[in-house]
Design a protein around this ligand. Structure first.
Ligand SMILES: *Cc1c(COP(=O)(O)O)cnc(C)c1O
Length: 381
């Protein structure tokens, strides 16, 4: 359940810079040109950035498609008035056939039983439902194996009330330029799959393979559409291949709060659960109202930093569910209610999602996706 954020008294907010999102979209439009369609991937609440607000902006900028994981996420966008085609990247589950059709969603299909039940529901209503087929060219996650594609295509051809509008695959390692052969093999296999589908009597018009790293590292993988998630949110430091010509993209999310309390820690005293930090001298500790329930990884305990007065201050002791303590001994003139930047910049310092992810031994996507529903998103233009 989501909670009511109309009262913003708790000072911990995610600030979503819609100008940066717009700038990133326009930069990518400029890079790939007007012929290539752009799917804005807004699954997982737009990687934590707020799917409805981000989608409204991206629709106004000319996003050709939206990508969500679940039909439920597509319904949220339709209820908010989004008219652009929406692809449900994870397909749907039995029992969601009506939901998909009623809301004009387009599912990815890689299971023939689901195709048949969507076909049956379409026939009952006298409608033809568009679908996109996913081919597994190497990911070994969702998608039809190439070796089973001909048989699968024959089964889909039996579904007279489905229209194969699109064909897609997904890269396992497009961010790894050392593994470029892996991605090239996936592209080759996808091309063969396109031929098989065309020969089976379908004529899909939307052909897509590239995610953010594929778009940057493998221009030949752009086909008729690219599927951009991370790039739109400016999460590029750890997810793109290290190649020349990476465009200038801006982080969209920052995370801001304020000091709740200050206290002196005497030499030898410890901070927090488990007494994992012990003061070696007199320290000034600041209490920060954010914890792991907000999505600040507990693994940043005694590792991460926050910015106060333009200076990095280390996290001391364990991050707990609702509170974190930082050491502000070396920061001049701190007071209660001073601004603290958890993610983002405060001149001249910056803490990126990528650097938090490195400290937490994960990827930037997991950091922004993990910012929980308890944190209000404040949208800025
Ligand atoms: C999430 C997802 C994307 C977007 O990937 P990014 O690396 O964030 O650009 C593209 N395609 C599929 C199938 C996805 O699930």
């Amino acid at each position: 359940m989501s909670i009511d954020h109309s009262n913003l008294a708790r000072p911990t907010h995610a600030v979503i810079n819609l100008d940066a999102l717009a700038s990133n979209f326009r930069t990518m439009r400029g890079l790939v040109g007007g012929e290539t369609k752009i799917m804005a991937v807004v699954k997982a609440n737009a990687y934590g950035h707020g799917a409805v607000e981000c989608s409204k902006l991206l629709e106004s900028l000319g996003a050709d498609w939206f990508g969500v994981a679940l039909p439920e996420e597509g319904v949220e966008l339709r209820n908010a008035g989004i008219k652009t085609p929406i692809l449900c990247l994870n397909g749907f589950w039995h029992g969601q056939e009506s939901l998909v059709i009623d809301h004009g969603l387009t599912p990815v299909i890689f299971r023939s039983d689901l195709a048949r039940s969507l076909n049956a529901e379409s026939e009952k209503r006298g409608v033809v439902t568009n679908i996109h087929l996913q081919i597994d060219t190497g990911m070994r996650r969702e998608g039809v194996l190439f070796s089973e594609l001909s048989a699968f295509a024959a089964e889909i051809a039996e579904c007279k009330d489905l229209n194969v509008e699109g064909l897609m695959t997904h890269f396992s390692s497009a961010d790894d330029i050392e593994a470029a052969d892996v991605t090239r093999d996936q592209i080759d296999l996808f091309q063969k799959a396109i031929e098989i589908i065309r020969k089976s009597g379908s004529s899909p018009s939307v052909i897509d393979a590239a995610n953010s790293p594929g778009t940057i590292g493998f221009p030949e993988s752009r086909f008729s559409m690219i599927r951009l998630g991370g790039i739109l949110y400016g999460l590029i430091g750890d997810m793109l291949p290290r190649v020349d010509g990476i465009p200038d993209l801006r982080p969209v999310m920052s995370l801001r709060t304020k000091i709740t309390d200050l206290k002196r820690i005497a030499p030898g005293e410890t901070v927090g659960y488990g007494r994992t930090f012990q003061a070696d001298g007199e320290r000034l500790a600041a209490l920060i109202p954010i914890g792991y329930n907000d999505g600040l990884p507990r693994s940043l305990s005694n590792r991460g930093h926050m910015i106060v007065h333009g200076q990095k201050a280390p996290i001391i002791g364990r991050i707990s569910m609702d509170w974190t303590v930082i050491d502000v001994t070396d920061v001049k003139g701190v007071s209660v209610d001073d601004e603290v930047v958890v993610l983002g910049s405060q001149t001249p310092q910056m803490i990126s999602a990528e650097s938090i992810a490195a400290d937490a031994e994960t990827i930037s996507y997991e950091i922004t996706c993990g910012i929980s529903g308890r944190i209000p998103r404040v949208f800025k233009r």
